[in-house]
Design a protein around this ligand. Structure first.
Ligand SMILES: C[S@@+](CC[C@H](N)C(=O)[O-])C[C@H]1O[C@@H](n2cnc3c(N)ncnc32)[C@H](O)[C@@H]1O
Length: 356
């Protein structure tokens, strides 16, 4: 990865990890850091733990070894777990791949000794692959190739909710997710992480430290609420946003009833999400997207547009249509041009002047 890009992302990557580490509390055990690169993340976050790291890039491994003297860092392909099973018991594994972390994760999960709770962190660039080329891999390792833009959009929109999360839940069974969080960079690269627990493990909670530093069972605290509101404003439903921050929908309802400020914040975040889509729709409409134009006009100016969907395009005496709705000058211009083109195609009259 070019240095600059990693530099831009690093703050966000570290923040996601800090949230997970805070939630997990001090777990005994070692860290597995495949794709360790020069060790930026490991040096910032894991230097107080025993680190087992690897990367295919020799020069980077050398730099990481210099920065993390107590760590065991080797040159190896991390798509296979590159250490002996008996080397350590792991409580954290950080898969900061360029784009596909799941070969590495599966081989770790099947080949390493893991403690009763484990923090898992992933960098997944498959959404970018979906929208750019249509060629991508699901976490089970299957390759897919999509050609139609509608298929790509569908796969892109639901990749995390309908593919990654259901696969992950099923794959780790009988382990359970205690906490899960994600961040989408530019809508395409997904940084996500989870804390998972073996069934029946004693410390089967995530930490919420009290004022005196002792550990209380997890609850819907301010960090969680902030995360919840972020997920809502990114367009997730109330129920799914609750799943993403690891609480039940009923808990959210209780907090909304008890706290009118929080309830208002939820509504505002929902309005935010609608605002984002409205802006995108307007952009698309004014850039000439016919469907977006229709949706915009049917909804924003129903008096003039709602019953006109099936009316044949044609103006007076079969001439070009003159658009009279003034939904911002730009949109008006585009619609007039379209109407004019329709008239021209019929070999009819002179086009109407733009913006008339
Ligand atoms: C996003 S960078 C990791 C940056 C790193 N986490 C840090 O904190 O500096 C991805 C790294 O994966 C390495 N890499 C790519 N494919 C690999 C593979 N199959 N096995 C091991 N390392 C690989 C690259 O050499 C690169 O250093």
């Amino acid at each position: 990865m070019p240095e600059k890009k990693q530099h831009v992302d690093i703050q966000r990557k570290i923040k996601l990890r800090q949230i997970l580490l805070e939630k997990a509390g001090r777990l005994p055990g070692a860290c597995y850091i495949p794709f360790i690169g020069e060790g930026d993340i490991a040096a910032a976050l894991y230097s107080d733990k025993k680190i087992y790291g690897a990367d295919t890039n020799k020069a980077m491994v050398k730099i990481a070894q210099g920065r993390l003297p107590g760590a065991e860092i080797i040159v190896a392909d991390c798509d296979q777990f590159p250490f002996n099973k008996a080397v350590a018991t792991f409580s954290l594994a950080d898969f900061d791949s360029y784009s596909y972390p799941y070969h590495s994760f599966r081989s770790f999960f099947e080949g390493a000794k893991i403690g009763s709770q484990c923090v898992l962190i992933f960098t997944d660039g498959q959404r970018q692959a979906i929208i750019r080329s249509g060629n991508y891999r699901t976490p089970d390792g299957e390759k897919h190739s999509l050609k139609k833009i509608t298929e790509k959009r569908e796969a892109y929109n639901f990749y995390f909710t309908k593919v990654v999360i259901p696969w992950f839940k099923a794959y780790i069974e009988p382990w359970k997710i205690l906490y899960i969080t994600k961040y989408l960079r530019n809508g395409s690269i997904c940084y996500w992480g989870a804390i998972i627990a073996k069934p029946g493990s004693h410390n089967n909670h995530i930490n919420h430290k009290g004022d005196n530093g002792d550990i209380k069972p997890y609850k819907f605290d301010d960090i969680k609420k902030k995360g919840y509101l972020e997920h809502i404003s990114n367009g997730h439903t109330r129920g799914y946003a609750a799943t993403l921050v690891g609480i039940s929908r009923a808990t959210v309802c209780d907090h909304m009833k008890a706290n009118s400020e929080f309830a208002a914040a939820v509504s505002e975040s929902e309005a935010d999400a609608i605002g984002k889509v409205t802006n995108a729709l307007f952009e698309a409409a004014t850039s000439g997207n016919i469907t977006a134009m229709q949706v915009f006009l049917y909804n924003r100016d129903p008096v003039n547009w709602k019953d006109k969907r099936n009316i044949q395009l044609g103006g007076l005496d079969g001439g070009p249509v003159k658009v009279e709705v003034d939904a911002k000058g730009k949109l008006l211009g585009i619609l007039n041009r379209l109407a004019t083109r329709a008239g021209e195609n019929k070999g009819d009259r002179e086009p109407e002047p733009e913006g008339s």
